[in-house]
Design a protein around this ligand. Structure first.
Ligand code: AMP
Ligand code: GLY
Length: 427
């Protein structure tokens, strides 16, 4: 089949990588794609991911069989609705189901009504500051304050004191994230460890992929500001088979049932962002797509035909047997970032050493790269590359990722040196 990947980051490169290894994929395209994806298929930088009409026209002229959507924005904007109305199967939920990520208040209501374990919460709008503060006082500190809408992963504040909670609420209501923060979720702080579990769902059935752990803070020891994710590994031994069963029974099954009952079945990748508290999973957030950089570890360790798996989910009859093993190996991904990230960064720095990293056996996923006028590969964002090592043990995968990361050079390059520390410590 001919497949189109939408998006341009490391997650989309990992999707393109897995799809290109599938025997059922004869040709791969990406809109807009990136220089790493360009080695696997045709990229179309000239088409905007927000121009659904042009994407539909592209699908028709290229006779595409299947579209895999990487990021949340086009899903929240209804790209799946547009393409499916034209008869093109899409991996990723329609707009109504994508509200699970686009509105945290919606997601919390769904969890409450479906009986899915999550932190206690209330929702407030900008005219309810006094009520919000009253609710904060009923919770113990710290409290968690979340902008309702999409805020590029920056809309969550953990307030340690009452004055901090008040100033956060005031700034959110004053429009810190525009319309996204005119409504806020205030919730109880959960103490535990985090994990990401992905379910590939056809609306009814699902297959869980290997549980992963992301590292959202910028610096070693989980210090510093939040980022899009500085590294990940899978499978994490912190989520064992018994815990995965709880995730299936308490979270994924009731969620799929609820969405079906509402007439908005969930098809695509359901990202369960979990806090594990005393051995029990609680949902911090649902996302309607693969995680980034979790995709860079979860997808390469699947044994089987990923394209067939995703296509079967998209068309409503999941074939779990497309995949013989979801975790045939261990994987560890180290993100190489630009100086200044997650703040503003200078771009255009020449990147060298990718071939040397690949010769060691690592997979180098492009996240923020481009070709300059002279055809050189240069940095084009905060997160530049994701270097994934595979191995028969987590230690081997991690060691390979770090050895390969050291082969790559660009001015200002830095990375966390402790990816997978919780797993390594617990072993
Ligand atoms: P979210 O975007 O909702 O996943 O939140 C971003 C990050 O904030 C999470 O990865 C957690 O580290 C933290 N967080 C969110 N909600 C809670 C909570 N209720 N308790 C503790 N930490 C939380
Ligand atoms: N790795 C976090 C996310 O993709 O939202």
């Amino acid at each position: 089949m001919k497949v189109l990947v939408l998006g341009k980051g490391g997650r989309e490169h990992a999707l393109a990588y897995a799809l290109s290894q599938s025997p059922t994929v004869e040709r791969l395209y990406a809109i807009p794609g990136n220089p790493g994806i360009a080695r696997l298929g045709d990229i179309h930088l000239e088409i905007s991911i927000n121009d659904y009409d042009q994407i539909l026209a592209f699908c028709k002229t290229h006779d595409l069989d299947f579209v895999v959507v990487g990021p949340e924005d086009p899903l929240a904007g209804g790209i799946a609705d547009v393409l499916e109305a034209a008869g093109i199967p899409v991996f990723g939920p329609q707009k109504a189901a994508a509200q699970l990520e686009a509105s945290k208040a919606f997601a919390k209501k769904v969890m409450q009504q479906a009986g899915i374990p999550t932190a206690a919460y209330q929702v407030f709008t900008e005219d309810q500051l006094a009520a919000a503060l009253q609710f904060v006082e009923t919770l113990s500190l710290p409290v968690v304050i979340k902008a309702d809408g999409l805020a590029a992963g920056k809309g969550v504040i953990i307030a340690e004191t009452l004055p901090e909670a008040e100033s956060t609420l005031r700034s959110f209501f004053a429009g810190k994230f525009g319309r996204a923060s005119q409504r806020v979720v205030v919730e109880e702080f959960l103490q535990g460890y985090e994990a990401s579990v992905f379910a590939i769902a056809d609306g009814f059935d699902f297959l869980l992929l290997a549980p992963a752990q992301d590292h959202k803070r910028a610096y070693d020891g989980d210090q510093g500001p939040n980022t899009g994710g500085m590294g990940a590994y899978a499978p994490t031994p912190l989520v064992d088979a018994a815990l995965l069963r709880k995730v299936s029974e308490r979270i994924v099954q009731p969620l799929l049932q609820y969405m079906r009952d509402q007439g908005t079945p969930y098809r695509g990748c359901l990202y369960c962002g979990l806090m594990i508290v005393d051995g029990d999973p609680y949902v911090l957030e649902f996302n309607v797509r693969f995680g980034d950089p979790e995709a860079q570890v979860v997808l390469p360790i699947i044994q089987g035909d990923v394209a067939q798996l995703l296509y079967s989910a998209a068309t409503g009859i999941l074939i779990p047997e497309s995949v013989t093993e979801v975790a045939a190996q261990y994987a560890c991904c180290v993100v190489l970032a630009s100086e200044g990230y997650p703040g503003s960064v200078e771009t255009g720095k020449v990147i060298t050493g990718i071939e040397a990293a690949e010769e060691l056996g690592a997979i180098v996923f492009h996240a923020g790269t481009k070709r300059n006028d002279r055809g050189q590969l240069v940095t084009a964002g905060g997160r530049v590359l994701g270097v994934t090592g595979l191995g028969t043990t987590l230690e081997a995968a991690r060691d390979l990722a770090y050895r390969a990361a050291d082969q790559i050079h660009f001015e200002g390059k830095w990375y966390r040196s402790d990816i997978a520390w919780q797993a390594v410590q617990s072993s």
